[in-house]
Design a protein around this ligand. Structure first.
Ligand SMILES: CC(C)(COP(=O)(O)OP(=O)(O)OC[C@H]1O[C@@H](n2cnc3c(N)ncnc32)[C@H](O)[C@@H]1OP(=O)(O)O)[C@@H](O)C(=O)NCCC(=O)NCCS
Length: 195
């Protein structure tokens, strides 16, 4: 199963770039003011910035700061994200509140909506999330499983098994309702219209 083969630590610039793509008109020239406005107006992007800083501090063996920044993220934004997780660039968390993230690794351009738990099931082994994965609000992704590249996890799903690349899974426990390549009836929620 594929999924996040090359995941490494992304940068805040990549995350910010993803948000700029979501929130500005691609036909317009992207001025500094436009980019700064995206940074100023989107609180979740500040939470992602705190995570990237905490992760950077951990990689540079700076004592105490990673844990302090993690706690600050929880207090300010309701986001509990462990600083040691390698997460690719382009992270998109449109609403951070209630989300807990502890994964083996997370790929590039992943969207995680609000109140999501990614964590262990019985033992201390955590999920691996591929590139371009979308995880809907309230979903739980638990245990030593792999969510393949481009997979979609529905709102409130409880995912306990591997999900192949490109598949859509919903329900409790989550079942695959659409495999890769099968057409969907409705468009996926677009960040610009949805939030
Ligand atoms: C999973 C999701 C992407 C599926 O969208 P889709 O591919 O367009 O699928 P459809 O809406 O055509 O639904 C297909 C089937 O799955 C069911 N279904 C869809 N989402 C479901 C969910 N989250 N839980 C349980 N069943 C679900 C539908 O009822 C439908 O069942 P039916 O064929 O028996 O009628 C979407 O429903 C979803 O959950 N998006 C998350 C959005 C979100 O988190 N929003 C929060 C914003 S703050």
């Amino acid at each position: 199963m594929s999924g996040c083969k090359h995941a490494s630590n992304g940068t805040f610039a990549e995350d910010w770039g993803h948000w700029i793509d979501q929130w500005t008109d691609p036909r317009q020239r992207r001025t500094f003011v436009m980019k700064a406005r995206v940074l100023w107006t989107h609180q979740p992007l500040h939470a992602i910035g705190l995570f990237r800083l905490s992760s950077w501090c951990r990689r540079h063996h700076i004592p105490m700061l990673p844990e302090m920044l993690r706690r600050l993220n929880t207090v300010l934004y309701g986001l509990d994200i462990v600083s040691s997780i390698p997460i690719g660039g382009g992270l998109y968390l449109p609403h951070t509140v209630g989300t807990v993230i502890m994964a083996e690794r997370i790929g590039r351009n992943v969207t995680i909506v609000s109140n999501v738990t990614i964590g262990m099931r019985h033992t201390g082994v955590f999920p691996t999330i591929g590139d371009d994965v979308y995880i809907g609000a309230g979903a739980r992704v638990l245990g030593p499983i792999t969510i393949g590249d481009g997979a979609v996890i529905g709102a409130n799903a409880v995912v306990l098994t591997d999900i192949p690349p490109g598949a859509t899974a919903v329900g409790v426990p989550a079942k695959i309702i659409r495999k890769s390549g099968q057409e969907r009836q409705n468009a996926m929620p677009e960040a610009r219209t949805e939030y």
